[in-house]
Design a protein around this ligand. Sequence first.
Ligand code: UDP
Ligand code: MG
Length: 312
Amino acid sequence: MIEDACRISVVIPLFNEEEGLAELHRRLVDVLSPMEGGFEIIFVDDGSTDNSFEVLRGIHQKTPNVRVLRLRRNVGKAAALSVGFRNSRGDIILTLDADLQDVPEEIPRLLAKIDEGYDLVSGWKVHRQDSWLKTAPSWLFNRVTNFLSGTHLHDINCGFKAYRKEVIREICLYGELHRYIPVQAAWRGYRVGEVEVVHASRRYGRSKYGPHRFYRGFFDLLTVLFLTRYFRRPLHFFGMLGSIFLTGGLAINLYITYLRFRHGHIMERYPLLFLGVLLMVVGIQLVTTGFLGEMITSMHNESDDIIRERLE
Ligand code: UDP
Ligand code: MG
């Protein structure tokens, strides 16, 4: 049995990780037991096809403070994390990978940083134990993301993180958006910090992600940038783009009209005419989309989540 509230929730998404689970659980308990306030460990079995769930059932029966959420099918790490988050009861939520690459003994260092006043603390795998096929794209990913989003983290996508519960309530997580949690948090005004952590190599099973992830990841970055920067003012984005198109189209069509009056015909400028008409139509559509966006946004009442502290 677990008491209703506790200080720390550890959320662990896993997909086919049967070999390492028992050791992971044992080491987590060793680290968490001495801490005050109580803890819970939430394993989210992301539709594993191996024995992972049976192993977890065994752990759950034998030891307290463990909860297991088995998903109906493999939905991916972001969605699995989000299920774990919604079901967590702690004031501080920790996430780590199930493959023992994130070392549970580093948890106190993440928590210490949270106590310093940070809302989100991300691990930074300084000496990363993966092949260059992963580290090289990851280096590029961090550079591009930092540049576009204005964050300053060395290891944005590290699975080892600690959050205050307010942060995870506000984050949008589906598909593969877990990579951009720090970007989303920073944009919402949370204090985001990082701590160097030890990284171990994968001893069992194999990695679930290949280099292809960064190709898809780029579109995810666009989504996040859009949601964070323009979510509350869609018309600024669509309106600006639409006005550029509209102005271009209008200029072209005025020129065509001028030709018609000056020479009696448009001097074979048919392709230009089409371009002008096209630009105007697309421009009007973009502006309209912006208005629709504004209508949708205005239906969501502004929340008080933006308040950091109150003195009343
Ligand atoms: N994972 C998951 N669902 C998936 C893929 C991965 O829950 O569809 C988990 C996986 O079991 C591990 C974590 O996400 O706990 C990170 O995956 P992995 O170790 O394969 O990634 P890498 O460390 O190679 O980047
Ligand atoms: Mg791993």
